[in-house]
Design a protein around this ligand. Structure first.
Ligand code: HEC
Length: 225
């Protein structure tokens, strides 16, 4: 270091423009120049700070913008809706396997849930227990393993579509009121409260007859009257 901070020569250089100024302090023999930071660096820094402040307010305080969990849920919802649309297009040929598959699709089941609350909950209860606040309703529970007319999804669908064979019991045919699509959705919602037998659901529906046979085997006593 041949320049000395307190050297008057050095002081003279100060106003001469772009020359960096040597700071007067010295630590362990190390001196530093008083350099202005380049503009590009400063602006990058300022913008980063401003971005953070805006981001912090919007994301953490206002709560706008999706969290990672929300993003994932949205994506899963989107996939479920696409699947639900496909299921809806394929309602023409229903089977136990296809109904089980529908009962595992959150978007499809959600629509069924709304319909159920609107149409069926008065008799079967909002939680499918056929009670409301401990008071027995006129329907039968749909969340237990006892089925009057068969436990196979197609049996359940049949009762909802055509009503109880015993018309005095109060379970009417719902297909004339709701149409096939909404009946299927509401049945999917009911089935979503039940455990799906192995080998059903995704992919099984495509196997058609084989899976129907498997379902028959799984519940041999379930033949409707
Ligand atoms: C007015 C009351 C009432 C309404 C509304 C009603 N149900 Fe029922 N439901 C009954 C009764 C009562 C039975 C029993 C019928 C019998 O014993 O034959 C029954 C039976 C059933 C069964 C057969 C249960 C089994 O054990 O096999 C299913 C499934 C069912 N209802 C679903 C539905 C769905 C889905 C809706 C809405 C679309 C609905 N019900 C609306 C009264 C009702």
């Amino acid at each position: 270091m041949d320049q000395q901070p307190n050297d008057p020569k050095n002081q003279d250089q100060k106003p001469s423009g772009d020359e960096p100024i040597l700071m007067p302090h010295e630590y362990d023999g190390i001196q530093e120049f008083d350099q202005k930071l380049p503009n590009w660096w400063l602006w990058t820094f300022y913008i980063t700070v401003i971005f953070f402040a805006v981001f912090w307010v919007l994301y953490y305080q206002v709560g706008s913008g999706a969290t990672d969990d929300e993003k994932m849920e949205n994506e899963l919802d989107r996939i479920a809706r696409i699947e639900a649309e496909r299921l809806e297009r394929e309602l023409g040929v229903l089977s136990d396997a296809k109904l089980w598959e529908a009962s595992r699709n959150t978007a499809f089941v959600e629509e069924g849930r709304k319909q159920f609350m609107e149409t069926c909950a008065v008799c079967h209860g909002r939680d499918l227990s056929a009670t409301n606040d401990g008071i027995k309703l006129s329907g039968v529970p749909l969340n237990d393993s006892e089925w009057l007319y068969g436990s196979d999804p197609m049996n359940v669908l049949n009762i909802v579509t055509n009503g109880s064979p015993d018309k005095t019991k109060g379970m009417q045919a719902w297909e004339p009121v709701l149409g096939k699509t909404r009946v299927t959705k509401v049945v999917a919602f009911v089935l979503s409260h039940h455990e799906m037998p192995e080998g059903m659901g995704e992919g099984a529906a495509a196997e058609g007859e084989a899976s129907d046979a498997a379902a028959e085997e799984a519940a041999p006593a379930a033949d409707p009257a």
